[in-house]
Ligand binder design. Structure first.
Ligand code: SF4
Length: 511
């Protein structure tokens, strides 16, 4: 029997379950660089990171004594079939993919005529909660709320606890972590890297494929880390320069300050270069040793032990039909400015898209309160926007984006994830950013030629969904405010909204 281990490109960890099931002299490892993945038009920065990190990991495996084949080709099926025959592989071990479509694709591949190896799944060990453990926690609860899942995680993994009680007597410091940015706010300089020979070769390869695939974004400068050593350096840099300041301005948005105090470790954890519990425990230990304010420390732990695990758990718990959710019947196609990464004319949107174009990154509030907020208000079709997020963000995977975009951003799941839509007008963006200064629209206006499009769309959204939300405990207030808007003004607002290229098709301009 010849054993092969296929390491998927987001499983780049020497301790991942399929590698842990064997020893270097007992199996042959394969990694695949397939051009078929370019058909989804991933951002260049993302694809460079994925392929470069995979090539670096192949080197790391060889240093640890593994026999490694890094296959390049058009499709996974094509190169793996040849590899399997050439090496007489009779058993193929794969750690369960985090993403459902990838698991389905692998199963299809191994059912094809001529495929001889038995497929063996190993349980994914890149998350702290397995899908089965999450299912047990969810049980028959009517509402699955992150806050209660997170508290259970704190207890289960003994993080920031004093016996059975949360350290400092509180579970949640959100209220202290939502400060507006003062003028001139600047975060610490992030840790970036120069591309080495491996990364440069990947950049050249992808630039050579550009004429075929027209991938979005810029390939240069490329500054992300591409291996575990660099990922650990980023974690260390975060702890020493940004952890203490993470809390207060974690929701702030500042032009030319995309990263502020954000950790920038999500791309590395999601590729397997960092392990979630090592990150959580290191941040907890160092944060306590260095007397980091508890609000900042708890804010970071909440992202990792709370949101990351909750998102993954829900993705598997909700199942394969979840991506078809469209509770608000949103049908509008993606506006051109999202596909072209700029040109909306809105200061906030264009600032975020400009950052995204060069780095493949925007922080969670830019994603939630600018981009998906726009999608929610404008009624963009959920899977179109989810696919856009998956392709463009450096840390995006199906398990991340289905629940984040469909559920949290667009409320397309009808409230299975969040109790109310995250709908916000230009007032919120003006309060939490400096984007409105210099924008040709006025964040204080909801009608007229210079009315902020977020205000126009916000009231149009409330009008479109007034019946649904009139008795909703957390939305009724907004509907009552809507009803106080003068009839002629509301007509004008809705006519303006209908004039936007991304306006909800089929909706009358007033009702
Ligand atoms: Fe965005 Fe409106 Fe502010 Fe312009 S005025 S930056 S469109 S929120």
């Amino acid at each position: 029997m010849a054993v092969g281990i296929w390491v998927l490109n987001d499983q780049l960890d020497l301790l991942q379950a399929a590698l842990a099931s064997s020893k270097p002299d007992q199996a042959r490892v394969v990694l695949v660089e397939a051009e078929v993945s370019l058909r989804q038009r991933p951002h260049l920065q993302k694809q460079i990171l994925f392929w470069s990190a995979q090539r670096h990991f192949a080197q790391e495996l060889r240093r640890h004594g593994w026999t490694v084949d890094l296959l390049e080709g058009e499709s996974h099926g094509e190169v793996l079939s040849t590899w399997q025959h050439d090496h007489g592989i009779t058993e193929l071990r794969v750690m369960e993919p985090a993403d459902r479509p990838i698991r389905e694709a692998i199963e299809r591949l191994c059912r094809k005529a001529g495929w001889n190896a038995e497929l063996i799944w190993l349980a994914n060990n890149h998350f702290l909660w397995s899908p089965a453990e999450f299912r047990d926690w969810a049980g028959s609860k009517k509402q699955l709320r992150m806050e209660f899942f997170y508290r259970e995680g704190r207890r289960r993994f003994d993080v920031l606890m004093e016996g059975d009680e949360p350290l400092g007597g509180r579970w949640n410091f959100d209220q202290e972590n939502r400060k507006s940015p003062p003028r001139g706010l600047e975060g610490p300089t992030p840790m970036w890297f120069k591309p080495d020979a491996i990364t440069t070769a990947v950049i050249r390869k992808l630039e050579g494929l550009q004429s075929l695939h027209e991938l979005p974004g810029s390939s240069r400068p490329f500054k992300w880390g591409t291996n575990r050593v660099e990922a650990l350096d980023v974690l260390e840099n975060f702890i020493t320069t940004r952890l203490a300041g993470f809390g207060p301005y974690q929701d702030a948005m500042v032009s030319k300050q995309t990263t502020l105090w954000h950790s920038l470790i999500s791309p590395y954890i999601n590729l397997g270069l960092l392990r979630p519990l090592e990150v959580i425990k290191t941040i907890e230990r160092r944060g306590l040793e260095e007397k980091v304010p508890l609000a900042s420390l708890e804010g970071v732990i909440r992202q990792l032990l709370g949101w990351r695990e909750f998102t993954y758990g829900l993705y598997h718990h909700f199942g394969s039909q979840y991506p078809t959710s469209n509770a608000l019947d949103a049908k509008a196609p993606l506006p051109l400015f999202l596909q072209e990464l700029g040109g909306s004319g809105m200061g906030c949107v264009d600032t975020v898209l400009t950052d995204l174009k060069t780095s493949g990154y925007a922080h969670h509030i830019q994603r939630l309160m600018v981009l998906t907020n726009l999608g929610l208000l404008a009624g963009l079709e959920p899977q179109g926007l989810t696919a856009w997020f998956k392709a463009h963000f450096i840390d995006a995977h199906d398990w991340v984006m289905q629940t984040n975009v469909v559920g949290m951003g667009l409320w397309a799941d009808g409230g299975r994830l969040g109790s109310k839509p995250y709908a916000a007008s230009g007032r919120y963006i003006n309060k939490m950013s400096d984007y409105c200064k210099g924008c040709r629209f006025n964040p204080a206006k909801r009608s007229g030629a210079d009315a902020c499009p977020f205000n126009v769309l916000y009231w149009d959204f409330m009008a479109r969904h007034a019946v649904r939300f009139r008795n909703h405990p957390r939305m009724a207030l907004m509907i009552r405010q809507l009803e106080r808007i003068d009839g002629d003004e509301l007509k004008a607002i809705r006519a303006t909204a209908a004039g936007f290229e991304w306006a909800q098709p089929g909706q009358p301009p007033c009702s």
